[in-house]
Design a protein around this ligand. Structure first.
Ligand code: CAA
Length: 390
């Protein structure tokens, strides 16, 4: 039996901040962002679009009524949770109308946890072959105004349906994780934005990549020559490019190296327009690769590098299924171009707006554009979600 990713959906916010505008406002050379980080734009979410509405929108893009009857587990991977107790997956299960006899949970380890969620989903389907599992990687990456991380913010969710006989990516059993207790990026409960040792975090990312990949090749007797593409966690595309250069095997023939490089370039296109979406970034890279590469065929192997600060990394692999292209969109970059551009002043107000709770713990919001679902209001500390057009 093969198990893996059957469908991939994606949602981001309806507003965008152009890096050139941020550079002008912060007195930076625009090339620092366009070349130094390789970013063009960041998705900016209003208060009515959070990890729950974005994840539900990403799933709504791909799920059929049959899927909703057969899904028996919903897992949300996030590091920008809206509640310390209730799982985001419970709200999403309800918004999507998934049959009631399902398990709904949230998982955390910085940007890594969607990889653990995929692994759990795969093990679940191995035991229960008729099951379908919905894995949602959903985050809003917020560092704060005028911080070093401000240029690497973003918002978005990736939804993946895991089942047997998948139509996109057959997941392999060979995976290798590495844990290293470091303080590169963390967010204590009392803080709305993370603490970051930026340069240190980039060095750790690259070192965990190198050491995990070296051990992976040794344990599973494989090498880069066995893969058509390598996807990376994408806090910003330039770091992934450094990772790509680190794992490149210069003994491979030029055409093989060129194909790997062209596939790498296809994998960063969406991130360049969206910014960091933490747990979803690696899978947004996979989606970008699949929807934009002209150098992939069924049967090709893909390697994926997952990294979550703190830190846990994992390398896992898969094989492209027959007909994978039929599951994908060809116009996603055009729809990203439809987002409403914000001035820097508008971004500062919108992205950092906090709910103004009254004495009963209730709040209402101005109207903002969202996808199919929105946070409608807060009533006595309860978040009330619904369809955006209600
Ligand atoms: N033209 C072209 N390039 C320029 C330039 C110019 N005018 N000015 C600067 N640059 C280049 C720099 O040379 C540098 O490139 P190299 O690294 O190749 O030398 C790049 O632009 C960035 O410049 P700085 O290092 O000076 O930028 P910075 O001080 O703004 O910090 C950062 C960059 C540390 C990544 C910061 O954005 C940050 O802290 N981000 C958040 C943390 C992060 O994303 N870490 C990644 C690893 S952790 C992780 O992966 C988990 C996660 O998702 C958070």
């Amino acid at each position: 039996m093969t198990i893996g990713i059957d469908k991939i959906g994606f949602a981001t916010s309806q507003y965008v901040l152009k890096m050139k505008d941020l550079a002008a406002a912060r007195g930076e050379d625009p090339e620092k962002f366009s070349k130094g980080l390789m970013l063009d734009a960041l998705s900016i979410a209003p208060i009515t679009d959070d990890i729950i509405t974005l994840a539900a929108s990403a799933a709504e893009e791909i799920l059929t009524d049959e899927d909703k009857e057969l899904i028996d587990m919903v897992i949300v991977a996030t590091e920008s949770s809206v509640d310390q107790s209730k799982a985001a997956a419970v709200y999403i299960h309800q918004l999507l109308g998934i049959q009631p006899f399902a398990r709904s949970i949230e998982m955390k380890e910085a940007c890594y946890s969607a990889t653990a969620a995929l692994n759990y989903a795969k093990l679940h389907v191995e035991k229960h072959p008729q099951s379908r599992v919905l894995v949602l990687a959903s985050d809003i990456a917020k560092y704060g105004i005028n911080t070093p991380g401000e240029s690497t913010q973003g918002a978005g969710s990736v939804a993946m349906l895991i089942k047997k006989d998948p139509n996109i990516l057959i997941l392999h059993d060979e995976t290798l994780a590495q844990t290293r207790d470091i303080m590169d990026f963390w967010r204590p409960n009392y803080s709305t934005t993370p603490y970051v040792n930026g340069i240190y975090s980039t060095k750790q990312y690259l070192d965990l990549l190198k050491t995990t990949w070296t051990e992976y090749q040794k344990r599973f007797e494989t090498s880069l020559a066995d893969f058509a593409a390598f996807c990376f966690h994408l806090p910003f595309p330039k770091l992934a490019l450094k990772g790509f250069n680190k794992i490149m095997d210069k003994t491979l023939s030029s055409p093989v190296q060129e194909k790997l490089r062209a596939n790498f370039e296809a994998s960063i296109l969406y991130s360049q327009q969206i910014g960091n979406i933490y747990t979803g970034s690696l899978f947004l890279g996979l989606l970008s690769l699949l929807e934009n590469s002209r150098h992939l065929s069924a049967g090709d192997n893909i390697a994926l590098f997952s990294y979550g600060s703190g830190a846990v990394a994992e390398i896992f692999t898969g094989t492209l299924a027959e007909g994978f292209k039929e599951q994908l969109l060809s116009n996603r970059l055009e729809s990203l171009a439809q987002r409403s551009p914000l001035s820097v002043a508008e971004y500062e107000k919108m992205f950092f707006e906090e709910a103004a709770l009254d004495e009963s713990g209730s709040a209402s919001f101005d109207h903002y554009k969202t996808g199919p679902f929105a946070l409608k209001k807060i009533t006595e500390h309860q978040r009330i979600y619904g369809e955006a057009n209600d």
